[in-house]
Design a binder for this molecule. Structure first.
Ligand code: ADP
Ligand code: MG
Length: 333
């Protein structure tokens, strides 16, 4: 089961502080949306308002077209997976997964069948008789996911659910999470501050900052065509060059007035937007690429970050004639 979510001009005040400032967001049924932003930007507040754990100061939330005002968390078609997804230690995995169904008065046999199906869905088929302490962190996280999905929510809310896992496991779980979401078709609203995680799983990334939505779109669009400097910087490294009347610290550049933003991997000797000769100051091998800090000959003291191909090996002090293969020009706030 699945449903869309409409967030209409939602504002949340805590005293004089604005945790959310007139947020509007339409989430389609079956969409995998990631709320991405730094700590304190309002992600959890927004998730809690969707889940019914907090009432907004103003604005409204509709799920499946139904206004959720006054509807308690337990009566909403949502379930939430938190970072500290505490499982019940004294219960088996099957009992943990079936817990929500038991609360709803579902009989034992039906509960066990659902728990089996859900544990299979998350790759733990046949482990229903085990207890949480027998599992690794990643497995426990999967049980928490199975438990949340067992009650067949229309919308699953996930608040930094992979935050407690180590990096390698987190990357593996991201792939699984996306595959599971595809299979069940439930709307997922997932909170993270990790932009790589957002790109790995999202149909749409919603970039938040200071209680507002700064940018949104498919990962490719938000990364390559960010709509604000904040969004550009949060999604990854970016070189910034101010241009006014075609003049910049690197010399003439044929772009509109604003802040010229170029990703490190978009700089190469082939790039058509010529940046001119640059001296290599330092290089570091990163496996997938060679990261170089270069100083434009025209702008001593200014540094550009450049990702060169893995096989490149320019000597420190060498001069490369560089250009940008892709760029955006954004307005300085
Ligand atoms: P995030 O999840 O993006 O880190 P939060 O939604 O938790 O951010 O918090 C957004 C802002 O609201 C922060 O400045 C936080 O300090 C504030 N805030 C959140 N919950 C409360 C609360 N219950 N009382 C007061 N301030 C809060
Ligand atoms: Mg949070």
């Amino acid at each position: 089961m699945t449903a869309g979510v409409s967030i209409r001009s939602v504002t949340q005040r805590y005293g004089s502080a604005l945790a959310l400032d007139h947020v509007d967001l339409e989430i389609a049924a079956g969409e995998f949306v990631v709320l991405l932003g730094p700590s304190g930007c309002g992600k959890t507040t927004l998730l809690n308002i969707i889940g019914g754990f907090a009432e907004p100061s103003s604005g409204s939330v509709l799920i499946g077209g139904r206004d959720m005002r006054g509807v308690a968390a337990k009566d909403r078609p949502t379930t939430t997976v938190f970072q500290d997804y505490a499982l019940f230690p004294h219960m088996t995995l099957a009992e943990n997964v079936g817990f929500g169904l038991r609360m709803r008065g579902v009989g034992r046999e039906a509960r066990e069948a659902t728990a089996d199906a859900m544990l299979s869905l998350v790759g733990l088929a046949g482990r229903g008789g085990r207890r949480p302490h027998e599992l690794s962190g990643g497995q426990r996280q999967r049980v928490a996911l199975a438990r949340a999905l067992a009650v067949e929510p229309d919308v699953l809310l996930l608040d930094e659910p992979l935050g407690a896992l180590d990096l390698k496991l987190r990357r593996a779980m991201q792939d699984e999470l996306k595959a599971i979401q595809r299979r069940v078709g439930t709307t997922f609203v997932h909170v993270t501050h990790d932009q790589e995680e957002a790109m790995a799983i999202a149909d749409r990334i919603v970039v938040m900052n200071g209680g507002r939505i700064e940018d949104q779109g498919p990962p490719r669009e938000v990364y390559l065509r960010p709509k604000s400097l904040f969004s550009a910087g949060f999604m990854g490294e970016v070189n910034r060059i101010s241009v006014k009347g075609g003049v910049s610290r690197l010399g003439m550049l044929p772009v509109p007035d604003g802040c010229l933003c170029i990703r490190p991997e978009a700089i190469s000797e082939r790039g058509l937007l010529r940046l001119g000769p640059c001296r290599v100051v330092e290089t570091t091998f990163f496996g997938t690429h060679l990261r170089a800090m270069v100083e434009p000959v025209a702008a001593p003291g200014f540094t550009l970050k450049v990702h060169l191909p893995q096989g490149a090996a320019p000597a420190v002090g060498a001069v490369l004639d560089l250009g940008a293969e892709d760029h955006v020009v954004l307005q300085e706030a």
